[in-house]
Design a protein around this ligand. Structure first.
Ligand SMILES: [Zn+2]
Length: 72
């Protein structure tokens, strides 16, 4: 739905990192290729998202708000 503001496990603020992460992935997709695991790792390292609890919050998030809005 909407990315949680903080990581459920450690409490680190991740919502702002999610926006930057998504921009980086969209940039790679626009260049015509799918992001590899190395691209994802580099994006997380550049953003300073070190813990795997925070990484899973961003990686496993499904952005569904635009699909749900018409039904509200
Ligand atoms: Zn965390």
């Amino acid at each position: 739905m909407i990315i949680p503001v903080r990581c459920f496990s450690c409490g680190r603020v991740i919502a702002s990192d999610y926006v930057k992460f998504k921009e980086k992935m969209d940039k790679i997709k626009k260049s015509g290729k799918n992001p590899t695991s190395e691209d994802v790792r580099k994006a997380f390292d550049d953003l300073g998202v070190d813990r795997y609890c925070c990484r899973r919050m961003i990686l496993s998030h499904a952005d569904l708000i635009d699909e749900i809005l018409p039904f509200s």
